[in-house]
Design a protein around this ligand. Sequence first.
Ligand SMILES: Cc1cc2nc3c(=O)[nH]c(=O)nc-3n(C[C@H](O)[C@H](O)[C@H](O)COP(=O)(O)OP(=O)(O)OC[C@H]3O[C@@H](n4cnc5c(N)ncnc54)[C@H](O)[C@@H]3O)c2cc1C
Length: 389
Amino acid sequence: MSTLFNDTEIAFRSKSKKQLLQAYWLFRLMGFPELTKIGTYLIKTALKLPLGLKKVIKSTLYEQFCGGETLDECQKTMADLQRFGVYSIPDYVAEGQESQKAFDLAMHQVLQTIDLAQSERNISFAVFKVSALGSVNLLMKVQQGVALSEKEQEECEQLDQRVHRIFSTAIEAGVRVMVDAEESWIQNVIDEWALSAMFLYNTEQAWIFNTCQMYRKDMPKRLQQLADTGKKRSFIPGVKLVRGAYLEKENERAEKMGYNSPIWETKQQTDQAFNEALSFCLAEDIALCIGTHNEESVAITLDLMEMNKIQSSYNGIWFAQLYGMSDHLTFNLAAQGYNVAKYLPFGPMKLSLPYLFRRANENKSVSGQSGRELELLKKELERRESLKH
Ligand SMILES: Cc1cc2nc3c(=O)[nH]c(=O)nc-3n(C[C@H](O)[C@H](O)[C@H](O)COP(=O)(O)OP(=O)(O)OC[C@H]3O[C@@H](n4cnc5c(N)ncnc54)[C@H](O)[C@@H]3O)c2cc1C
């Protein structure tokens, strides 16, 4: 593993001792599978739970992984990150909403982010989820080619208008925008929007970035097609490369409905596809944002950049981690002059619960991510303690 990421003084220099201790205990608690299971259940039903529990969630999981309830509340965190050369990608999290009013509100939150990014240079990208702007059921029907009712057609047009309003506002403001990837049963529709926006806007530089989930078996081929289309149609593809967040959901649905899962069978296959995609994107001059907490993948990218004589500050390559995770990567990359940002989720606590639930689950294995977080937090707490003697 690269030693570049082991400097905990740099990794945690934005954090007080109290914050480090809070994070340490939170990751320890998430490491108990039974507790995570109960916690997950409680989180899922939190709307009906007493105020006391909501307060606990707010001061633990929510504080660790979210920037605030509103964009305004995130400003202090964004300024703190920028002091150490780390950019922000404010991400309005409101999942599972179904009303047109909620979809409009979500669009306005993204437009506000774009507006702020125009004046504040600490925001490197705007981002949105298509499912926050329209109904998942509707997206599924469109992907399946099912005939839509008149009302559904109207809703589809409204969704199309929201997506295009975000793209055109971002372009006018000179702000790059990323489209998150979601479940495979709605992803084709999302890809079509992102691709048509790339045709239109990515002619001089990559303004629009679509997300490629490398846990999907078909993704290397899709990436190749994107590169080929870019050359044929003269646009610069923008790609956020991730492994993919919906593994269990994808596999469960495939099994239940009796089709082959679109996801690789092993983690190793996903890792290989991800790392091969890194060299592919660099060779094809695809504008990249590498969204990962995997140290090996980051180290591979740094090696590839060095081999290809690409400067650390080259604006066509960005790294990104989620707020509350892998500070050792983010802050050490920033200290070395690489372009790096934190995805900074914001939004009302009750709407952020599915997001928090995914983070808690991702960190439940002490042998995996949370083990690494714990090791580094402990190292830094001990280092600070040793300075007193
Ligand atoms: C900035 C940022 C933006 C993101 N945006 C999105 C997004 O738009 N859409 C989205 O889906 N996700 C997104 N993610 C989440 C991402 O897809 C991963 O779930 C998460 O980052 C963990 O993967 P990793 O590369 O960090 O690390 P690792 O811990 O090395 O990898 C874990 C990942 O490996 C894969 N995996 C694990 N076990 C297996 C297995 N048995 N078989 C096959 N594959 C396996 C899964 O994808 C799992 O999430 C984002 C992450 C970041 C940091």
